[in-house]
Design a protein around this ligand. Structure first.
Ligand SMILES: Nc1ncnc2c1ncn2[C@@H]1O[C@H](COP(=O)(O)OP(=O)(O)OP(=O)(O)O)[C@@H](O)[C@H]1O
Length: 304
């Protein structure tokens, strides 16, 4: 069953095209990661699903209900963690969860939910006194109320410490295991790589890639990463590597390390090229391209 369906969605703000003819289908049971640089249009798309933003052209639906014309039906089975949600000043954590239970007409134990997101001991403190990460955990708890069929999470890891981020990953897996579809935006690519079945990459409002992580790797020609330690290098040498056929990205991670993503069969040519220009290769190893390498490749042509 199709859960999210976006057809030709465009959003124009005065002179800014925030979304440009976005077509995207997310199926039931998927964990889908929505990626893109700052300003790419991720929140605009999520806000359109929630009907905070209206498309200039095209349409989006959730469970077959148009998000604008049938917003109540579209949102009836979802849990949301919106960007920049502010908590109610005078309510405790527990009261926030109780509020979510009432408004969703759900049955749930507030303390169990607070325990699940790791703030049980702070249940009776005012949420306005919570730290940023605690507030984020609380809003996630509110999203989980009522076992929603779809979770829409805008940057769920914002403000979370490493334990919180790990807990978030576990919760996403548990929710997915019970059958929920998950759609979330994130800049934490290790997290996305750990939990997502598929990812979509937005760049300047356009969806430039939608695939599994392995699928993205394959479409980048195998996506091998060569990590080379050298005695020294110059900008001219990096430019020479970038000009080679089969080389996708060349970046430097410190003063003696060059990382090259490339198709598998040019690895040796790169080492030969370095030797020909007089560079001493001290060490090298090959890695699989990470999601971060591919993200840079899809969104940052200037790094090439
Ligand atoms: N209300 C608005 N009025 C005018 N322009 C807007 C408005 N909201 C968003 N934009 C513009 O639309 C583009 C997409 O913004 P959006 O917030 O969707 O990006 P994002 O991918 O969520 O970014 P980030 O990763 O920084 O959160 C940006 O150029 C932004 O300036």
């Amino acid at each position: 069953m199709t859960v999210i369906n976006s057809t030709g969605v465009t959003k124009q703000y005065q002179t800014t095209v925030a979304l440009d003819r976005v077509d995207l289908v997310v199926e039931e049971g998927e964990t889908f990661g929505f990626l893109g640089p700052n300003g790419a249009g991720k929140s605009t798309f999520i806000n359109m699903l929630l009907d905070f933003v209206t498309p200039t052209e095209g349409s989006v639906s959730i469970f077959g209900h148009d998000c604008q014309r049938e917003g109540v039906e579209a949102r009836s089975r979802i849990g949301v963690l919106p960007e920049g949600y502010s908590v109610f000043e005078r309510l405790t954590g527990r009261q926030h969860i109780e509020y979510a239970i009432r408004s969703k007409e759900a049955e749930a134990d507030p303390i169990r939910i607070l325990d699940r997101v790791g703030i049980r001991d702070d249940a009776d403190r005012l949420a306005s006194e919570y730290s940023k990460g605690m507030a984020q955990r609380l809003v996630l708890g509110m999203a989980l109320v009522g076992e929603p069929d779809l979770l829409i999470l805008d940057e769920p890891s914002t403000g979370l410490d490493p334990n919180g981020a790990a807990r978030m990953r576990e919760i996403l897996r548990e929710e997915n295991d019970r059958g929920a579809t998950i759609f979330f935006s994130s800049h934490i690519l290790e997290q996305v790589e750990a939990v997502c079945d598929r990812v979509g990459i937005l760049q300047d409002g356009e969806l430039v890639a939608v695939d599994t992580i392995q699928g993205l790797r394959n479409s980048l020609g195998g996506g091998t990463k060569l990590v080379i330690t050298v005695d020294e290098f110059t900008d001219g040498i990096l430019a020479a590597l970038r000009a080679m056929d089969g080389v996708e990205t060349v970046i430097t991670t410190d003063e003696d390390t060059i990382e090259v993503t490339c198709v598998d069969d040019v690895k040796m040519d790169i080492l030969v090229e370095l030797r020909d220009v007089g560079v001493d290769v001290l060490n090298f190893r090959t890695d699989e391209a990470s999601l971060e390498d591919m993200f840079i490749e899809y969104t940052n042509a200037s790094n090439r």
